[in-house]
Design a protein around this ligand. Structure first.
Ligand code: ADP
Ligand code: MG
Ligand code: ZN
Length: 730
């Protein structure tokens, strides 16, 4: 197999120019028939790691996938790229099942998706043997492990499959990186000295931010108002929280769907479907929502409540930006959430489980309260080193770095705590102290007469949110302490008292200004003509609806953005757009080219600076094609892709004779592996030889006439192409 073979599949079928990290290595190992474990984060492109080998190897690739919805989406996406794929599951009726089985018997399909339950019958295993299964891909393979977050007992039976299909290579794919899960995969699936590939868990296009949680519904609303066109997920802890957030967004004119385990299966799948189809941009959900959501253009994930652990937080935020475009992950953090979660844990009777949960929760809190780069914290959680000083994609790194002299503020805050205790005899809640400093008029303040304290209103000029931050930092530095976890009362420590007496200086770290919900230029951005982009999105939605598919199966946002910055106007230019393979080109090229043309007839063409990442390269090297017009190259490419002349003529709305001319050029340039017998018989060849010997080969008409009109112009052209292979370089 030539080494660039898989590159050409990548370009022709998927329309992508380059592999993402580890894809090439994994694909090569699978093609060689080795067992493989591939641990790559969500969105890294695991599907390609078994799809491309499926196309490159003979026989069938069986894909085990836990979710029925996921299977259908993947098969739809493959079919729209021209790959023969199918699935078998309980949703199919008898007829449909018959069709698919027949296709499998005849060896028509390259990929078969099925659920583990389906496979484990003896009859089915016999079928699989007959269907020449060469590769078995176990997707979401962590389901095999009790140590993963989504254990499914059915996956355990896959070991039987391994024995039944001993000649097939197994590839296990997951986004769960813990060593325990990895060991389980190897053992449970009985992998044979597998090659293990573990990708970096860094997601450069994700921007992480932690924001003090104040009035979450307003904060979320404000955030979404700045990105009404974008799709996003808001995670909440409780069903009630989900309902309330959905309602709040709805009454403010933002279409949002609710998703939690308390809703019926039908309601849930309708909401999920509408989200995938770009009909509702926002989903408010509990963590029940997520696995198998392959929507690539989720632009933000907001955690409005504190996640229970970092692993979950990482998986959930990972659902943003699978298409590598910049996306936001926002965590609204408050101590009150922590307290609430801890109260839940108090009720857990299993001591060990509750201890583990507590530890995990502490890690999560450390992350939220940290003043270190978020990426450093996340990566180190997964045992990965992150060496760069400034990641450029988190609130900490993007905030002004300087520390500031907080002596005065610290004095105000700590003396306020001191006065409160002095007046009341005990400490009060964290918020109360800040209310006093800010001079608020609350019931409590009136009740305790704290408006008569000397510290009342001394910090009016600083917003409450900043006071909270100052308070948090002072607690971390042990100048103050949370005295009662349950009521979150805060008091001054001896160290704090010492500080007040000594009048030392104190410096604190700056928090990000403006709560960083604004849009900023970031890794992976593709600047483009936003007007055209919006128009193309509408076009995509239209086509998708008519075909009953989710829009991203038509084209991803990346592809639309590339179109909207390079304004392709010829077939060749269109084929060079990332995400445009041959099948998509045939299918949608004309429609999208017309849309670009229409746009340019009414709008100026905008210039965009070169972005190295987004440079588009032509599908084949230009130098080899000298002398062949672009239009002929397209036909030749299509012909090589297995289309007949008639089909190409139809796709391109050109005459068959024109296409024949193109193919003749392809033959002449040595670009097509065809023989004369594909076009004319031996007898005809002899006649053509005589005629060209007499009349030369510059003009076709004399030859045609000499042969009495019995041999068509096309055949004459082909004969000339085969026998006089020189390209006139015009
Ligand atoms: P995973 O299963 O690892 O979460 P997917 O296989 O669903 O990820 O891929 C996520 C997205 O990335 C898909 O839209 C896919 O088409 C795209 N993708 C995969 N590989 C590449 C590549 N080499 N270049 C560009 N896009 C890619
Ligand atoms: Mg996947
Ligand atoms: Zn950072």
């Amino acid at each position: 197999m030539p080494p660039d073979f898989i590159d050409s599949i990548l370009k022709k079928i998927y329309g992508y120019d380059s592999f993402r990290p580890l894809q090439r290595e994994i694909i090569t190992a699978v093609i060689e028939g080795q067992d493989v474990i591939a641990i790559l984060p969500t969105g890294a492109g695991k599907s390609l790691c078994f799809q491309i080998p499926a196309l490159a190897r003979d026989g069938l690739t069986l894909v085990i996938s836990p979710l029925i919805a996921l299977m259908k989406d993947q098969v739809d996406a493959l079919t729209s790229n021209g790959v023969p794929a199918t699935f078998l599951n309980s949703t199919l009726d008898f007829n449909d099942l018959g069709h698919r089985t027949a296709g499998l018997e005849s060896g028509h399909y390259k990929l078969l998706y099925a659920s583990p339950e389906r496979i484990m019958t003896t009859r089915f295993i016999d079928c699989l043997k007959r269907w020449n299964v060469r590769t078995v891909a176990v997707d979401e393979a962590h389901c095999v492990s009790e140590w993963g977050h989504d254990f499914r007992p059915e996956y355990r039976q896959l070991a039987t499959l391994r024995q039944a299909l001993s000649g097939a290579a197994f590839i296990a794919l997951t986004a769960t990186a813990t060593p325990r899960v990895k060991e389980d995969l190897e053992r449970q699936l009985q992998l044979k000295s597998p090659r293990v590939f573990i990708a970096s868990f860094n997601r450069p296009n994700l921007n992480y931010a932690v924001i003090p949680k104040e009035r979450p519904q307003n904060q979320v609303l404000e955030f979404i108002s700045q990105r009404r066109e974008d799709a996003g997920i808001i995670y909440l802890q409780s069903r009630k929280g989900v309902e309330e957030m959905t309602l709040s967004l709805g009454t403010n004119g933002i279409k949002a769907g609710a998703y939690h385990a308390g809703l019926s299966v039908e309601a849930r799948s309708a909401t999920q479907d509408a989200f995938l189809r770009d009909e509702i941009p926002v989903i408010c959900a509990t963590v029940a929502f997520g696995m198998g959501i392959d929507k690539p253009n989720v632009r933000y994930v907001i955690h409005a409540d504190l996640p229970k652990n970092i692993e979950g937080y990482y998986q959930e935020t990972g659902r943003a930006g699978r298409d590598e475009l910049p996306s936001d992950c926002v965590l609204l953090y408050s101590k009150a959430d922590l307290m609430r979660n801890l109260r839940f844990l108090d009720e857990v009777t299993d001591r060990q489980a509750s201890n583990i949960a507590r530890q995990q929760m502490n890690k999560m809190v450390d992350f939220a309260e940290s003043h270190r780069c978020r990426r450093i914290d996340l990566m180190s959680y997964f045992g990965e080193a992150w060496s760069e000083e400034n990641c450029g994609g988190c609130d900490v790194c993007l905030a002004p770095k300087e520390t500031w002299d907080a002596t005065l503020e610290a004095q105000k805050y700590l003396s306020c705590l001191f006065r409160i205790k002095q007046r009341s005899g005990f400490n009060l809640g964290a918020n109360h102290a800040i209310d006093v400093i800010c001079g608020a008029n609350t019931e409590r303040i009136r009740k305790w007469e704290h408006n008569t304290l000397s510290t009342y209103g001394i910090g009016k000029e600083t917003p409450k949110s900043e006071w909270k931050e100052i308070a948090n930092q002072l607690i971390k530095l042990n100048f103050a302490e949370v005295e009662n976890e349950q009521f979150h009362t805060v008091g001054i420590t001896p160290k704090g008292v010492e500080f007040l007496k000594s009048k030392e200086q104190i410096t604190l770290q700056h928090r990000p200004q403006g709560h960083s919900t604004a849009k900023i230029a970031r890794a992976g951005a593709i600047t483009c003509d936003e007007g055209l982009f919006a128009k193309l999105r509408a076009l995509r939605k239209d086509i998708a609806d008519r075909r009953n598919l989710p829009p991203y199966v038509i084209f991803g946002d990346r592809t639309l953005r590339h179109i909207s910055r390079s304004y392709p106007q010829t077939d060749h230019e269109f084929l060079a757009i990332p995400g445009v393979g041959i099948q998509k080109f045939q299918d949608l090229g004309t429609t999208f080219l017309t849309a670009v043309k229409d746009w340019l007839s009414q709008h100026p063409k905008l210039e965009f600076p070169d972005e190295t990442q987004t440079q588009v390269s032509a599908p084949r090297p230009k130098t080899k094609n000298e002398g062949i017009p672009e239009t002929a190259l397209i036909s030749i490419e299509l012909y090589r892709g297995g289309n007949t002349v008639e089909k190409i003529a139809e796709i391109r709305t050109l005459k068959a004779t024109t296409i024949n001319g193109h193919i003749a050029m392809g033959i002449q340039a040595g670009k097509l592996k065809v023989t004369p017998r594909d076009f004319y018989s031996e007898a005809e060849e002899a006649q053509l030889a005589t005629a060209t010997a007499q009349h030369g080969h510059d003009k076709l008409a004399p030859i045609f006439e000499a042969l009495g009109g019995k041999i068509s112009y096309e055949k004459i052209r082909f004969y000339i192409s085969f026998n006089f292979p020189t390209i006139d370089s015009e």
